[in-house]
Design a protein around this ligand. Structure first.
Ligand code: ATP
Ligand code: MG
Length: 252
């Protein structure tokens, strides 16, 4: 199958002014260059070339097509068998920690991401290597919990939150570190319709660049760009209208 709509795109230029202000910089460029990835003998991504610099990028595709593997390339959780991935010019193979400071990753299952007993401790854990004082950490944690509607749960056991609240906690724990990019792998799959809308609205409002892997096509309908993955290859890459039509035809 031919690739739909791979036109040239302007390279992302980071805003120095934004960096100085302490907020997220402008969209950065994530370049996936000639990437093939295998687990053992099994090829799960094949000859993938993508330059991602839009603010809102969706990734869709059938189960097992390679979406999560592709998403994990972007913060170095997966290092490609062949080819390379550059985030803001940094090779994920050699600059993993610096890449992960720029690119936060949210998993489908928030339980997999909760590491501390209480909600506030869990968010504070993300800041453990920042060199912030105890008071600064507490201040940042309180502000983040407030921003994402979890302030009333600060001292509650994290594992007793509802599914939607846990997903908000997972997002908060990643966002408190102020990454430039948020990669979310099916963040609404375990949520009911109301919580899905809440998380979708939160993602919509973020100043961060967002890469969202999802089976919920409505979530990416308003995005800048949608990448369709099938059997380890990018088979469509275009504005949502064109890309989602190609995907619907594919799964027919
Ligand atoms: N750690 C691993 N070890 C071995 N094989 C793996 C591993 N992770 C994924 N795979 C295989 O790689 C292929 C692609 O998996 P991936 O999780 O990237 O797909 P996906 O598009 O995210 O699927 P889904 O929609 O079900 O989440 C699958 O065949 C899967 O079985
Ligand atoms: Mg997946």
């Amino acid at each position: 199958m031919s690739v739909v709509g791979t036109g040239g795109r302007p390279r992302g230029v980071r805003s120095r002014a934004g960096e100085q202000a302490g907020g997220p910089a402008g969209p950065l460029t994530m370049a996936i260059e000639s990437v093939t990835h295998r687990y053992g003998e099994r090829v799960v991504l094949q000859s993938v070339d993508l330059e991602l610099s839009e603010r809102r990028i969706g990734v869709v595709g059938a189960n097992g097509s390679g979406k999560s593997t592709l998403a994990r390339l972007l913060n170095g959780l997966v290092v490609p068998t062949e080819g390379r991935v550059l985030v803001d010019g940094l090779d994920t193979r050699t600059h993993g920690p610096a890449v992960r400071r720029r690119v936060g990753f949210v998993f489908t299952d928030p339980d997999a991401q909760i590491v501390m007993p209480t909600v506030a401790e869990d968010v504070a854990f993300s800041l453990r290597r920042t060199g912030l004082s105890r008071a600064e950490t507490a201040e940042r944690v309180a502000a983040a919990l407030d921003r994402f509607g979890l302030a009333g749960h600060a001292d509650h056991p994290a594992h007793l939150l509802s599914g939607g609240q846990k997903q908000l906690l997972a997002l908060t724990s990643v966002l408190v570190t102020e990454p430039d990019v948020l990669v979310c792998d099916e963040p609404t799959t375990l949520l009911d319709a109301r919580n899905t809308r809440q998380v979708a609205a939160l993602l919509d409002d973020l100043p961060q660049q967002v890469v969202l892997v999802t089976h919920d096509l409505d979530l990416v309908a308003g995005f800048d760009r949608v990448v369709v993955v099938d059997e380890g290859r990018v088979v469509a890459d275009a504005a949502p209208g064109v890309a989602l039509a190609a995907y619907r035809e594919l799964v027919g």
